[in-house]
Write a protein that binds this ligand. Sequence first.
Ligand code: BTN
Length: 262
Amino acid sequence: MNEILITEDNIKPYLKTKKFGHKIFAFGCVGSTNEFACNLAGQDYKEGTIVIAEEQIRGKGRKNRTWNSQFGKGLWFSIILKPDGKTNHAGLYSFLAGVSVAKAVEKLFGIKPVVKWPNDLLINEKKFCGILSEVNFADNQIHFIVLGIGINVFHRLKDFPEILQQSATSLSIVTTKRINRSKLLAEILYHFEKNYTNIKNNGFEPVISNWKKRCPYIGKRISVIQDNHVQNGMFEDLADDGSLLMRKNGQGLIKIVAGDLI
Ligand code: BTN
């Protein structure tokens, strides 16, 4: 084992937030923290409640992919949000999660991760963090959002399945600093809460411009895979709802709502 387990008691001393992380469900093993958090959110658990686990046996990634969530290796957690509002901005909360994780990693380890649309975080061009946002709504009104964040922390290269070894990394691969996952979680929640409060007062613009500053692909030629179809063009900008705006030769600007940037 690399360090002490993640428990509510171990996290609390590091918390600097007013609301986020004050109610924590910490498990040794769970199906998926997102699944568990969606259930809690439907049962009136408050905004800011966190579900975290040492291991997930049904860890979910985007597009129904499996998220590799081995025991003790990562920070696998979900945040319950209950924002007032319409669904047209619901997709932007994952950008908020992305910039908050990036800021926390920068503060604690002095490393500047880059963001990759829609919501991956990379160091040395390899992914160490993925974000899965699940939105529950009716009549265009958000009931709750569960933001699931998966961070590879203690993996050595051999811990990743062979197919991921070229494209994945972990914090302990990229830093020699000692890593305390409870402290990292508390730092992420601190930046998250700060940005979240700021959204209520100033809208999403500051988060989006922060995200764009961290994204080296804007203004560059990119390819996006959508199902089995590849779109090539220039990454011009983000649309108001977080979609990717691509400039294609001869076709003007197209909006890509979902896909994988390669
Ligand atoms: C992706 O990049 O595809 C998103 C990965 C999200 C993984 C996290 S781990 C905690 C939370 N619970 C899950 O089942 N998934 C998210």
